[in-house]
Design a protein around this ligand. Structure first.
Ligand SMILES: [Zn+2]
Length: 110
């Protein structure tokens, strides 16, 4: 810590970001360079959004990571309870599993 004094002023950061924005939009730059600056800006905006999230929003974000279907790997967070077997399994995916099991059972008797 440097006694709570920031080393770079907000104006310097903003000026740099404006430069990136100009580079990203300039028709003098080729596609790769434009993309490079677009990606840089995107990364900064993403991190700023994260920093501005409340404790509750961050908790929801980390909860969402837990709510993933074991079967299809997609999020179960927005799925209604009626369509879930449990937080890590969609009802639809469970039914598919059962079908697979049944087919296997039948082939055992043949
Ligand atoms: Zn699923």
């Amino acid at each position: 810590m440097s006694g709570g004094i920031t080393k770079i002023s907000p104006n310097s950061i903003i000026a740099e970001l404006y430069n990136w924005k100009l580079e990203a939009e300039s028709s003098y730059n080729d596609g790769w360079i434009k993309k490079h600056y677009e990606d840089q800006l995107e990364e900064v905006f993403k991190q700023v959004d994260r920093m501005r999230m409340t404790k509750e929003e961050l908790e929801v974000e980390s909860a969402k990571k837990e709510w993933v279907c074991d079967e299809c790997g997609k999020s179960t967070y927005e799925t209604e309870d009626d369509y879930l077997v449990h937080p890590k399994l969609h009802l639809g995916c469970a039914l598919k599993q059962e079908k697979t099991v049944k087919v296997d059972d039948v082939s055992d008797f043949m």
